[in-house]
Structures are given as structure tokens and as C-alpha cells.
Design a protein around this ligand. Structure first.
Ligand SMILES: C[S@@+](CC[C@H](N)C(=O)[O-])C[C@H]1O[C@@H](n2cnc3c(N)ncnc32)[C@H](O)[C@@H]1O
Length: 369
């Protein structure tokens, strides 16, 4: 009986979302798409608008699921709208956020060794980068590979349309010889397209500490999806933030400039703007916790008062108790055993690890087992 009621409630929620959302946005998007496609005879415009519709409806669905759950949570993949991407660049520039500097140092000082590990005989390969962001660090590697005539194509994939268009413009300007094909969308959904790509050697990049945003089950699921689209000879190059002094880790997220807090709060603002909600940002504060045993850091937004938030496009209101947390993002820190274990469990074999000089960060190169 309980289950039937739950199912009915979920069905009613869905009708509310779709009714309200479709009437507000989808039909106008679809109409625009068709009119523009007719006017310009350009299927790319239709595809682009359809991508936007998919991202927007997934956003509504995920926000509903996350805020209805106990404990409440939001998906960190929605951090990166235009404002979020700009704030993340501020975060990457902070001296406390050591991750960017460490990975950049690895690429700047070891690009020759990395190239040799990617291609022993100097033959060409294609690079597909998942969650490419602004690609600033990747540019260092691409520039080196281009000089050595080893790269035939670079395919950056990101869920943020702004990130992809800015990256493509920047790369075309700075690396004019590079053949680049940016793709906007969720990499979980675009993974299959990788499989249908021409059968030339692929190196998949998953940089920064993107993998750390998944828990172990999610990592294994993600890695097994990648394994399915890889062929013998293809490689996977992943960034791992390593366990270290907890104070250094907490300082990177509890930054004195307030960028990380602004970054998290921006997602509430995005919900306000995209789904017609009334979050009062001042009623939430950012909290970072780190467990040195497990190596898990967690970002949360804490409701500083008992409050109700209405999200019109979902046709729903959500209550927050004073002190209640919304779980925003996890950032897993690893040791060598954890990384080797993850490779083994997911059907990969470690080829070589590249460390920065402080041993804070590692880029690990994997092949199929
Ligand atoms: C932490 S940033 C890292 C960017 C870059 N890899 C770096 O190391 O600087 C994460 C990037 O992944 C993108 N992203 C997160 N989840 C995604 C998903 N499911 N599909 C595609 N892109 C995603 C975000 O938009 C963002 O640009």
C-alpha cells in the first residue's frame, strides 16, 4: 500500500513538473528549434537546441529527486553554468587550491615522458577529454603533442555549453594547427558516441580531480562504461588528488576568499533562475568536512534557519530545518593502494604514474587488462 502511494505521489510529481515545465519552456524551445531549422536549413541549430532541452529537463528532474531525498542533495555536475565556470576559474587561481598548480606542474615538466607513454612508436592518436572545463592545463600537453605531430584530433566534452565554446575559441586562437571537435552534453550520455568514432588509437583524459566527485560505486560504474568503448591499445589518463595533511585539504575548500562558498551558493541561484525558485542565498552557509581515514571531503550547504523554498517549475515547496544540510559534492582523496585497487576492480592495469614534486597529486595512465 505504502509503495502504491509512493508511486502515485511520484507520478503526481512528474505530471506537475512536466505540465508546468513543458508549458513554460519546452514548447517555446521546440518551436524556436523548428523555425530556426526551417529558416537556416541547419540541423546543427536543431541539435544544439535539443541538447539545451535535454540538459534543462535533466536539471529539473535531478533537483526534484535531490531535494525530495533524505538527506537532501544536489548534483555537482550543475555547478558549471556561465557564472559557476567563472567562479571555478577564481578557485583554480587561489594559492590554497593546490590541485591546479600540481597538475599543471606535471604537464609542464613531464610532457615528454607523458607523450612517450601515450605513444611508444610516435604514431598518431586522438584525445577525448571528459569534463574538459577551460582546458588550460590540457593546452600544455596538446601544444607539445602538436609540435611532435602526434595528435590527429582533440574532442573536449563538457556539460557546460559556455565551457566548450570558450575552450574551442581559445584553442583555435592559441593552437591554430589543432583539429578540434567540441561536444556539449553529459559524458555519461555521449560515451557511446566515442565507440562509434573511427577505430584509431584513443587516449581518454579525465583530469583535475573529476574522478574524486564520484563515490566508489559510481567510479566503478563510470570506469566500466569507459572500458566498454575502449579498444586494445587505447589509454585512459586520470587525475587523482592524493591524501595529505588534512589542514592543506580543508584550506583548499574552506578558502578565506569565499570563492568555494560562492561556487556552491551559485547552484541555488541557478535553480532560482532556471526553475523559478525563491532560495534566499543568505539563509545558507557553506561547510566543508574531511575524514582523513577514508580520504573523503564533503561540501555542504547548511540552512541557517527553518525555512520553506518554493520551486514553481516543479510545482513544489521544500522545507529546511535549522542546521539541515544539502550535500553538494564529494572530493575523494586517494593513496596508491586505492588507485591500484580501483584500476584492478574496474578491469584496467596501471601503465605509469606521474607525480608533482610535493607528491600532492598524481596522473595515472591505464590500459585495458
Ligand atoms: C572540476 S571541473 C574540471 C575541469 C578540468 N577537467 C580541469 O581539470 O580543470 C569539472 C568539469 O566537468 C564538467 N562536468 C561535470 N559533470 C559532467 C558531466 N556529467 N558531463 C559532462 N561534463 C561534466 C563541468 O562542467 C566542469 O567543466
Amino acid at each position: 500500500m505504502k509503495q502504491v502511494c509512493r508511486k502515485r505521489r511520484r507520478f503526481r510529481d512528474w505530471c506537475a513538473i512536466w505540465g508546468s515545465f513543458a508549458s513554460r519552456h519546452l514548447w517555446s524551445f521546440a518551436l524556436c528549434a523548428s523555425l530556426m531549422a526551417i529558416k537556416f536549413g541547419n540541423e546543427h541549430i536543431t541539435i544544439k537546441i535539443m541538447e539545451q532541452i535535454t540538459i534543462q529537463t535533466d536539471f529539473a528532474k535531478d533537483v526534484l529527486e535531490g531535494l525530495s531525498a533524505n538527506p537532501k542533495h544536489l548534483s555537482s555536475k550543475y555547478f558549471y553554468d556561465d557564472t559557476g565556470s567563472k567562479i571555478f576559474q577564481d578557485i583554480m587561481r587561489m594559492p590554497e587550491y593546490y590541485l591546479t598548480d600540481c597538475e599543471l606542474e606535471i604537464f609542464e615538466t613531464q610532457s615528454d615522458e607523458i607523450l612517450n607513454a601515450f605513444t611508444e612508436d610516435g604514431s598518431e592518436f586522438e584525445i577525448i577529454e571528459l569534463g574538459a572545463g577551460d582546458g588550460v592545463k590540457t593546452k600544455v600537453l596538446l601544444s607539445h603533442f602538436l609540435n611532435k605531430n602526434c595528435i590527429c584530433e582533440y574532442v573536449p566534452i563538457d556539460i557546460s555549453e559556455d565551457a566548450v565554446s570558450n575552450l574551442v575559441i581559445d584553442m583555435e586562437l592559441q593552437l591554430p594547427g589543432l583539429n578540434i571537435k567540441g561536444k556539449v552534453g553529459d559524458y555519461f550520455k555521449l560515451i557511446d558516441e566515442i565507440n562509434t568514432a573511427e577505430k584509431r588509437k584513443k587516449v581518454l583524459l579525465f583530469l583535475g580531480s573529476n574522478i574524486g566527485n564520484f563515490n566508489e560505486l559510481e567510479s566503478l560504474d563510470f570506469l566500466s562504461k569507459l572500458k566498454d568503448v575502449m579498444h586494445p591499445g587505447d589509454l585512459l589518463f586520470i587525475g587523482f588528488d592524493l591524501k595529505k595533511d588534512p589542514e592543506i585539504i580543508l584550506n583548499a575548500y574552506n578558502d578565506p576568499h569565499g570563492h568555494t562558498a560562492a561556487f556552491n551558493l551559485n547552484l541555488l541561484d541557478r535553480i532560482n533562475n532556471k526553475l523559478n525558485a525563491d532560495f534566499v542565498l543568505q539563509n545558507f552557509r557553506h561547510r566543508e568536512i574531511y575524514d582523513p581515514e577514508t580520504g573523503t571531503a564533503k561540501s555542504e550547504l547548511i540552512s541557517i534557519t527553518k525555512q520553506k523554498v518554493e520551486i514553481q517549475d516543479l510545482g513544489k515547496a521544500f522545507w529546511f530545518e535549522e542546521g539541515e544540510a544539502i550535500f553538494m559534492e564529494m572530493s575523494q582523496k586517494y593513496d596508491l593502494n586505492m588507485i591500484t585497487g580501483l584500476a584492478k576492480k574496474s578491469g584496467f592495469q596501471v601503465v605509469r604514474n606521474f607525480y608533482d614534486k610535493r607528491l600532492y597529486f598524481m596522473n595515472s595512465l591505464w590500459k585495458l587488462k
